[in-house]
Write a protein that binds this ligand. Sequence first.
Ligand SMILES: Cc1cc2nc3c(=O)[nH]c(=O)nc-3n(C[C@H](O)[C@H](O)[C@H](O)COP(=O)(O)O)c2cc1C
Length: 180
Amino acid sequence: MKVVAVLGSPHKDGPSNVIAREVLRGAKDAGHEVVEYVINDMNVKGCQGCGACKQNKIDCVLQDDLAPYWKDLHECGALLVAAPNYCSQINGPMITYMNRHYCLITSEGVRVHPGIKLIGVFSQGAKDNYEAAEKAYDWYLRDFQNRDMKLHAKLVHTGKDAWDADSDIMKKAYEAGRTL
Ligand SMILES: Cc1cc2nc3c(=O)[nH]c(=O)nc-3n(C[C@H](O)[C@H](O)[C@H](O)COP(=O)(O)O)c2cc1C
């Protein structure tokens, strides 16, 4: 199956990207095809609230670098979203990306096939989990779950966690991909 990964960090080799790519390594080992979108390298506009998607029951009409994503999303069996924590929230560009999924809900219901397996990878500087951050991660994933996606794995890297090749979180990441 196709696995779509959307990587939100500006740090190419930071923890959220490295852990996400370990999930993707597991997915490739399991025989899946991976398509990557690196949001920091893309021109992604915010939802314009134009209503074209709702009126016509179609994918977002904006012609920016997210335009090819919708076909991949409709074809995929899994979606991985990875983001750093900025100011106790998901970083801004990933919220901008998430807002664009407004087009997937119409008066007749959800417009993407149900059961896409969802994986969230998040990284924060704080050494311990804290309420505002956990709420932000869950709020973010819920927007995708509201589009009938099913949570497969949520991986949270904190400032106290190692993320070298032998670390616990990297092992969990590989398993999350391999078991897709
Ligand atoms: C603008 C900014 C705001 C941040 N705010 C928080 C925060 O509120 N809580 C936190 O735990 N870490 C915060 N951090 C730290 C990052 O979440 C942390 O460095 C994370 O590991 C970055 O992951 P990445 O390298 O994969 O992007 C912030 C970093 C930046 C640059």
